[in-house]
Design a protein around this ligand. Structure first.
Ligand SMILES: Cc1cc2nc3c(=O)[nH]c(=O)nc-3n(C[C@H](O)[C@H](O)[C@H](O)COP(=O)(O)OP(=O)(O)OC[C@H]3O[C@@H](n4cnc5c(N)ncnc54)[C@H](O)[C@@H]3O)c2cc1C
Length: 392
């Protein structure tokens, strides 16, 4: 049996080994600023204003928050990050993070760009997955209408056919190159058509291995059962099942919409309920591991530890390609780097795209790292711990 080093997420010297002192100080500044709700709010509205009136803020953002959370503006620019992560055994998932370009030309551009990430992955040993969002390939309003079972116009029918073709082109290329592709999960009121597209692709391309992964948001009360049901369908259909397991990113929006429109919230009643469902989903995947591949997409230390311990409990190799851990670039390095050091399969989502187009992604990261109770965020505590260690 391979040696199994004790896993700890506390070792900041491992977590930040890829950051120079200057980079770590910059990270400290970024997280200190966003930690204060008022400064964070002021900074995000000033940046929005600056872009709206054309002030030259791009270079300062590019050197600070963008540099911390993103790989670059293009795939070529992301190469340095890919290599940096690879040096520590961490894979890159190139995430073309341009949002809100709701035109047919924009959808085609995103399709072509996603295929370029597959081309890049095909040539690189350090890109184990590719990823896309269906709203990058089809209009949100169209997906909403389909889910609501409203009648589509002829133009809308044609637009949906084009969207299906885009999804198929990406998955076909993924299958050709044998690079697994993750279909991100989105809002519940458009998720049904996304699931249907993902399942059709799984059935088509997961015949000999998991190429297409659907995403399960365990903050949804329905997700654990959905995961089990779709696994059962895959089992009966004789194809492999790929699952990215996450808690879910749209909680406030989901609850607000449910309240506004007067339907029961689709979200778990408490954080504990989301945690329990998340951990149960991971356990289910490990137990049914014969023809499942799973990615634990989480910054929660206990959930990551749980999967790591389950692999050990069942004597599964840390390198077993059915089990992956993933975090976002610029976040939870204590988890990613310590898992990779212990030999587990780890990858980071590395967003890229033009600075201005990636801003909504950066605003979400700022919001997520803003303290509500006047305490420092986990990221900030770890960065400061490492700065102190280096100084000593
Ligand atoms: C690699 C990766 C891929 C991802 N892909 C997707 C994706 O495709 N779609 C998507 O929606 N998100 C995605 N996410 C984001 C993810 O869903 C979470 O928002 C984020 O990671 C925070 O959850 P956590 O597991 O890291 O841990 P934690 O910080 O422990 O949990 C925070 C999460 O718990 C849930 N939660 C918090 N409070 C409550 C409450 N009161 N009641 C119920 N639930 C609560 C919410 O989901 C919240 O985001 C991804 C994250 C990663 C790292």
């Amino acid at each position: 049996m391979e040696p199994r080093p004790q896993l700890s997420f506390e070792d900041t010297s491992v977590a930040f080994s890829y950051k120079s002192d200057a980079e770590l100080k910059k990270a400290n500044l970024i997280f200190s600023l966003v930690n204060h709700p008022s400064i964070s709010k002021l900074a995000t509205s000033s940046v929005k204003f600056a872009f709206a009136v054309g002030l030259p803020v791009k270079s300062i953002i590019k050197k600070t928050a963008f540099d911390h959370f993103c790989g670059g503006e293009t795939i070529e620019e992301a190469e340095e990050t890919i290599q940096k992560l690879a040096k520590f055994g961490i894979g890159t998932i190139l995430d073309y993070s341009v949002e809100g370009e709701e035109t047919e030309a924009g959808f085609e551009k995103t399709t072509a760009e996603t295929i370029l990430t597959l081309e890049k992955a095909h040539k690189s040993k350090h890109i184990p997955f590719c990823v896309f969002k269906v709203t990058g390939l089809a209009a949100f309003a169209l997906l909403e209408k389909i889910q609501a079972k409203e009648k589509l116009s002829v133009i809308e029918e044609a637009a949906f056919e084009k969207a299906k073709d885009r999804v198929n082109r990406i998955c076909a290329k993924a299958a050709e190159y044998r690079i697994p592709v993750l279909v991100d999960a989105e809002e519940t009121w458009i998720q049904d058509p996304i699931d249907e597209l993902a399942y059709a692709m799984m059935e088509k391309y997961n015949r000999t291995e998991a190429i297409v992964f659907n995403t399960y948001q365990l903050y949804r009360t329905a997700s654990l059962q959905n995961l089990k049901d779709s696994h059962a369908v895959a089992d009966r259909g004789n194809y492999y099942f790929g699952a990215k397991v996450v808690r879910g990113a749209y909680m406030e929006k989901e609850r607000a919409r449910a309240e506004k429109l007067g339907y029961p919230s689709p979200i778990q009643p408490t954080k504990e309920a989301s945690d329990e469902a998340f951990n149960a989903a991971i356990e289910f995947c490990v137990e049914k591991r014969d023809r499942i591949s799973v990615m634990c997409g989480s910054h929660n230390e206990l959930s990551n530890l749980m999967l790591a311990q389950l692999l050990d409990k069942y004597g599964i190799s840390h390198h077993d390609k059915r089990f992956w851990f993933a975090q976002l670039y610029g976040m939870s390095d204590n988890i990613s780097f310590n898992l990779a050091k212990a030999g587990y399969n780890v990858a980071k989502y590395v967003p890229y795209g033009p600075v201005k187009s990636v801003m909504p992604y950066l605003f979400r990261r700022a919001n997520e790292n803003t303290s509500v109770a006047g305490q420092s965020s986990r990221e900030l505590i770890l960065i400061r711990k490492e700065l102190k260690r280096r100084k000593a």
